[in-house]
Design a protein around this ligand. Sequence first.
Ligand SMILES: Nc1nc2c(ncn2[C@@H]2O[C@H](COP(=O)(O)OP(=O)(O)OP(=O)(O)O)[C@@H](O)[C@H]2O)c(=O)[nH]1
Length: 403
Amino acid sequence: MTMPVDLENWHLVDGYLGVIVIVAVVALLAAGGLFLLFRPGRKAAPPVKPPEPPTLPEEKRPAGAGEEGEGATTTLPPPAVPVTPAVVAPPEVEVPPPSAGRMVRLRSRLARSQSAFGRGLLELLSRDRLDDEVWDEIEENLITADVGVSPTRVMVEELRTKVKVLGTRTPEEVRKLLREQLLAQVNPDLDRTLRVQKHGDRPAVVLVVGVNGTGKTTTTGKLARALVGDGKKVVLGAADTFRAAAADQLQTWGERVGADVVRGPEGSDPASVAFDATARGIEEKVDAVIVDTAGRLHTKTGLMDELGKVKRVIEKKATVDEVLLVLDATTGQNGMRQAQVFGEVVNITGIALTKLDGTAKGGIVISVQRELGVPVKLVGLGEGPDDLAPFDPEVFVDAILGD
Ligand SMILES: Nc1nc2c(ncn2[C@@H]2O[C@H](COP(=O)(O)OP(=O)(O)OP(=O)(O)O)[C@@H](O)[C@H]2O)c(=O)[nH]1
């Protein structure tokens, strides 16, 4: 039996079939897509990592950080360790060497800076014929070394007479002759004792004056060290209130040898610092109070007022035993003029000649003593803390002659 074919509706059947085929194709495509998307083994997109916490470089990392054992899941803070307060050791107090024999120890430095001057003179004086030209040269050498005009004339006259008497000279005789002359000019008979002896209960007071930059503060500090080295007790007064750094500098010098330093605010009255330092010295029964002053050379009257007041105020409590003028040996004639101004303003009792290691013009010892009528008591022979020595004329002259 055959089914009759409805030819009239055939086109309808044909339309349904088309739709079914399209739906089937779409369904297949969709299934394929899903398969591709979720097939086993397909790599998933990397998850977005949360930002890592910042890390410290190795040496800055706190101890224990990042050292947890494997598999640790939680990080506990390390147990609190009780903090022991750090013990701050008091600054070590130094014991400086005594002042005696220092110039001998520092002689090589002196010889290094001065022997050219001595060698030149010895060579000239050893010549067979000493005519006027040679004598002029000798004179020039002495002037160049800052011996000063009058002492040079005196020396040349004396040498001329003695050479005439001697006639022919051996090198030893020449050396002896020159040594005598130089020593006579330096004058070994001057009293170079530093007045730092206590008066009963009261300390001696040393006032340090001079132009800034000459080594005034350094010399004050070095002197304190030398006195401590000699077994004395010292108080320092930082009356150079003009420059705070000067007081700081002095404080360091004092701390190193266990000496108290009295200071005031920057710009305060130097006289009041000097007064307080003297009072402290009396209270602590020290041997010596050393007062560093500003002594700026604005005007002569200004300087006179300042130093005069400092001195008067100290004298309410003690006596000023020593007024030390600090003079830079390298400044030559300029330094000499400054020294004269100070000499007119205060009664200088001694000279501390600094930086003698840095100049060949050692003749300044002779000229400054002559100009001021005051002995050189101390010499600075270097920047080291113990490079200040009591002046010894014989060691000085021998160093010039390269002995
Ligand atoms: N070579 C050498 N240098 C020295 C000597 N004495 C001091 N000086 C140096 O000179 C410089 C000036 O010294 P200071 O003590 O600061 O001078 P000052 O006169 O006190 O000057 P202010 O501090 O401005 O008041 C420093 O560098 C010292 O080390 C010395 O005998 N020889």
